[in-house]
Design a protein around this ligand. Structure first.
Ligand code: LCS
Length: 393
């Protein structure tokens, strides 16, 4: 179905060109590693690109392709590249865009391993990385060097909830000839469309909001241009971080309800944030839907809503946070985020353990920071769970 001129919730369900000979209403799982050629010439034509038939699942597969075409339309991009995980998406993009001797400027608060792979691994190939607070645009300009190739931002950032101005970054990227890459995991295309704001590449851990049910790990990249698409797809295929057909089937099913899940989670999150903000045991709270968030106005400008992620610190610091995590019953004490279930975790010792203590502090990932991902349960139950745990501190 042609959905280019349709609303976003219609696109979630119908975008993509998948059709099969049986008229299947949903996309079947093509659980095959390889595809038969009609004859030797057809095989050669598939490899040379003269025919666009499927060859081998690492290179392409109809179930995976259906998801890629769906997400490309949701992000308003040229095309999509599905990956085995969010880190598969990040490493494919870095591998494609960074040469030996080049330099990348990144947000300092990003998912721990996204920073770790630059600091610990790309550095082995003489790739330099600078991590700055990209919420202040002047920090980016100061960090740019003659060999800078990529500007990599995560907004809202994991786990500080810092927000970076995507349109302003796009101006800088154009001026200095950089590729602007945005990790849109915390918002999903329902709340934020980085390509519309001038980004060149957008990527996701679809493990989070896009799949939304905490049952698979996966990633995806969407590019603005064909040139970037070809370059990144080549690296993804050669590195072998492709999505699996069953993963693709699961995420095609998950993404259909993205809109209603986010609406409900966000509505819950606003009520949870208001409860926490007024609670005497809370020292600080960062939620983009509250005016107390330092970039509240920017969040309003570039996002269609504040989402359902927040971070906070308790008056009793880390020990109080530990007590809270040990006393919640409804919220799962688990990493990951963006699913239907409410989750709580401690970034300094969990998701961001790979970042040095000094760099964590510089990035605002303080020891007292607790990250909270609001789910779609009844909000009274979520708040009651927090209330009884806070009472025990
Ligand atoms: N980008 C962001 C913003 C993330 O939060 C994560 C994972 C990734 C990329 C990597 O995706 P993955 O390979 O795990 O699919 N974030 C996690 C988190 O905060 N808790 O557990 C994983």
């Amino acid at each position: 179905m042609k959905t280019k001129d349709k609303g976003f919730n219609t696109k979630l369900i119908h975008a993509g060109a998948f059709e099969d000979e049986f008229g299947s209403a949903t996309v079947p799982i093509y659980q095959t590693s390889t595809f038969k050629f009609k004859n030797a010439q057809h095989g050669a034509d598939c490899f040379s690109g003269k025919s666009d038939g499927y060859i081998y699942t690492r290179i392409g597969n109809p179930t995976i392709r259906a998801f890629e075409q769906n997400i490309a339309e949701l992000e308003n991009g040229y095309d999509g590249i599905a990956t085995s995980s969010g880190m598969g998406a990040i490493s494919s993009v870095f591998f494609a865009l960074l040469d030996a001797g080049s330099h990348i400027v990144s947000s300092d608060a990003v998912y721990g391993p996204a920073r770790g792979i630059l600091e610990q691994d790309f550095s082995r190939f003489n790739v330099e990385a600078s991590f700055v607070n990209t919420s202040h645009i002047e920090n980016i300009i100061k960090a740019i060097k003659p060999n800078t190739k990529v500007l990599y931002i995560e907004t809202p950032a994991n786990p500080t909830m810092d927000i970076t101005d995507i349109a302003a970054c796009s101006e800088i990227a154009k001026k200095y000839n950089l590729v602007l890459v945005v990790d849109n995991t915390f918002s999903s295309p329902y709340l934020q469309k980085p390509l519309n704001l001038g980004a060149d590449v957008v990527l996701h851990s679809i493990t989070k909001f896009i799949n939304g049910h905490a049952d698979i790990v996966g990633g995806v990249i969407v590019t603005k241009t064909m040139e970037l698409y070809k370059k990144i797809r080549h690296c993804m295929v050669y590195m072998g971080c492709n999505m699996d057909p069953t993963q693709a089937f699961m995420v095609i099913r998950g993404v259909k309800t993205l809109g209603i899940r986010i609406e409900r989670a966000q509505e819950n999150a606003m009520k949870v944030a208001q409860f926490l903000q007024n609670h005497p045991k809370i020292e600080w709270l960062r939620y983009p839907g509250l005016e107390t968030h330092p970039q509240y106005a920017l969040a309003k400008k570039q996002m269609n809503g504040p989402g359902s992620m927040m971070s906070f610190g308790l008056k009793g610091g880390f020990e109080a946070g530990r007590k809270l995590m040990d006393n919640v019953h409804l919220a799962l004490l688990a990493v990951s985020l963006g699913g239907v279930e409410t989750l709580i975790q401690h970034p300094a010792s969990m998701t961001h353990a790979a970042v040095s203590k000094e760099n964590k502090l510089k990035a605002g990932i303080t020891d007292d920071l607790v990250r909270y991902s609001v789910g779609i349960e009844d909000v009274e139950d979520i708040i009651e769970d927090l209330r009884q745990a806070l009472d025990k501190i």
